[in-house]
Write a protein that binds this ligand. Structure first.
Ligand code: UTP
Length: 275
């Protein structure tokens, strides 16, 4: 059973400036819910009740969102508007939240290492909230837990992307051991189409075994001076300990304007059709 899920949420979100100047990117809403709330719902559905969030400067709104606002609760108590708070109240009741701060933004690998204090010595999920996933009935993290239960090693979620898109992702090479499941043999961070070993791109969902922390401690800064999670995962992959899983469902890169608009439209249509 994996109980903990880590949310690295310390990045600057520069692609969404000026919206992200004073507001965390993870609080951008798709319809009425912030991105990170969707992520936490996905984690909880996968059985991960312990939510660990790596924050940074200017991210206080995240902590406030997962807390009670007495004044507001009092104001709408007993009115029809209470229904709007039903989902967030459910999360607050069923999850525990812990936070730590990344002091210097030294990349995703460094953010995950910063989260070690909240995770300890057990396997854990990682969700990048700006990659918004939708799938029914099982969310992507729940699908990945099933894969973890079978292979008992680190799992990365992958998606097929167009060759001209590989430079935005970590890209894997691997042997397909069952349909949509690959044992990873190599991975390259942000390769050009010529360098890319495949078109199988890693998206913002991981299950990691805790030895990743020791590896991250020794991982030098890679491209852009950042500590890359891909470099650390490659160490595990060399031992045959990384599985890539082609998830079922849709993913929207809500850290980009195109993905954000696409997600908004798709979720709006979904909501309309359910009314
Ligand atoms: P991104 O690559 O999307 O970076 O990070 P970013 O800073 O959030 O956004 P842009 O590119 O400037 O627009 C991927 C994930 O890793 C987290 C981010 O919060 C995001 O969830 N991250 C990244 C950290 O927590 N710390 C870092 O040092 C870097």
């Amino acid at each position: 059973m994996i109980r903990k899920c880590l949310f690295p949420a310390a990045g600057y979100g520069t692609r969404f400036l000026p919206a992200t100047k004073a507001m965390p990117k993870e609080m951008l809403p798709i319809l009425t819910k912030p991105l990170i709330q969707y992520g936490i719902e996905e984690a909880l559905q996968a059985g991960m009740q312990n939510v660990a969030i790596v924050t940074g400067r200017g991210k206080r709104a995240i902590e406030d969102h997962f807390d009670t606002n007495y004044e507001l609760e009092h104001l709408i108590d007993g009115t029809s508007k209470e229904a709007y708070l039903q989902e967030i109240r459910y999360l607050i009741e069923h999850c525990t939240f812990s936070y730590t701060r990344q002091i210097e933004m030294r990349g995703l690998g460094h953010a995950i290492l910063t989260g070690e204090v909240l995770i300890g010595d057990e396997p854990f999920g990682v969700i990048l909230a700006d990659d918004l996933c939708s799938s029914d009935p099982d969310g992507v993290m729940r699908q990945m837990v099933k894969i973890y239960e079978k292979y008992r090693c680190s799992i990365v979620a992958i998606e097929r992307v167009a060759p001209e898109e590989t430079h935005k992702y970590g890209v894997i090479a691997g042997d397909e051991i069952e349909e949509g499941v690959f044992r990873v043999t190599d991975m390259i961070e942000k390769p050009s189409p010529e360098e890319a070993p495949s078109n199988l791109a890693i998206i913002g969902r991981y299950i990691l075994t805790p030895d990743i922390f020791t590896i991250l401690e020794k991982t030098p800064a890679g491209s852009g001076g950042e500590i890359q999670i891909t470099d650390a995962l490659l160490q595990q992959a060399k031992e045959g300990n990384v599985i890539a899983y082609e998830f079922k469902g849709d993913r929207y890169d809500c850290g980009s304007i195109d993905g954000f608009v696409a997600a908004t439209n798709a979720f709006y249509q979904l909501q309309k059709s359910g009314e």
